[in-house]
Design a protein around this ligand. Structure first.
Ligand SMILES: C[S@@+](CC[C@H](N)C(=O)[O-])C[C@H]1O[C@@H](n2cnc3c(N)ncnc32)[C@H](O)[C@@H]1O
Length: 208
């Protein structure tokens, strides 16, 4: 099920400005492999959120080959830091190539392994945590991320409407993970949350 009317998506994609050459290449790479990157509509939202919160330290859970991190990198200053986590080492290798081409490699630390374990070895808190790992793991990501977010920081998750499968009466494990995650972010007394039905649904939660 389309979350957003496909004509509206087409309109938004047409009216969205062209990306730089590296982002365009990343989009082509994703399209050719059916790799689920956030795409330009959500990419612009990530950049906007990072800019408006003046984020300088960002953690990504599930970075793929670096498309979403690339958008964040455009928002943070030269002293900003993005820590990417990704389970597949091939994706990490591709990401480095794109980061070097885009001259943002100095802002990114790319860690390979299970994001939910890697986070335990990181120090300090983050201005933004962007969660995009396997969907059945979203409740665990919530529990790991919350203490690592500074007050006023944002927890952002992609795919929280999961192609409309959140409406299913018999949810599979991924859908169940998302349903639990959505309940957690809305019921938490530590967060104020909303869901934007953009692309596949993006949740934005601010730590109170
Ligand atoms: C949807 S893709 C990420 C796309 C990326 N955020 C973007 O928009 O450019 C999800 C990625 O998370 C990785 N992943 C899933 N679960 C993970 C985990 N527990 N730890 C590390 N990486 C994980 C997958 O290998 C995949 O590359």
């Amino acid at each position: 099920m389309d979350i957003v009317n496909s004509h509206i998506v087409e309109y938004l994609l047409n009216v969205t400005p062209e990306r730089d050459e590296v982002l365009r290449d990343m989009e082509e790479y994703a399209l050719a492999r059916n790799f689920p990157v956030v795409g330009p509509l959500v990419g612009r939202l990530l950049l906007l959120l990072a800019k408006t919160t003046q984020a300088t330290r960002i953690l990504e859970l599930g970075s793929g080959f670096g498309y979403s991190a690339y958008w964040f990198a455009k928002a943070i200053g030269k002293d900003g830091e993005i820590i990417c986590t990704e389970g597949n080492p091939d994706n990490a290798q591709h990401a480095q190539t794109y980061f070097q081409r885009g001259k943002i490699a100095n802002k990114v630390t790319f860690l390979v392994g299970d994001a939910l374990k890697l986070v335990d070895d990181l120090e300090g808190q983050f201005d933004i945590i962007f969660n995009d790992i396997d969907k059945h793991q979203y409740p665990k990501a919530f529990r790991k991320a919350l203490p690592r977010l500074r007050k006023g920081g944002l927890l952002i998750s992609d795919n929280v409407l999961w192609s409309g499968k959140v409406l299913n009466h018999k949810p599979d494990a991924d859908t169940a993970g998302i349903l639990t995650y959505n309940r957690l972010i809305y019921s938490s007394k530590e967060l104020f949350s909303t869901v934007i039905p953009l692309r596949d649904g993006v949740s934005i939660s601010i730590k109170l």
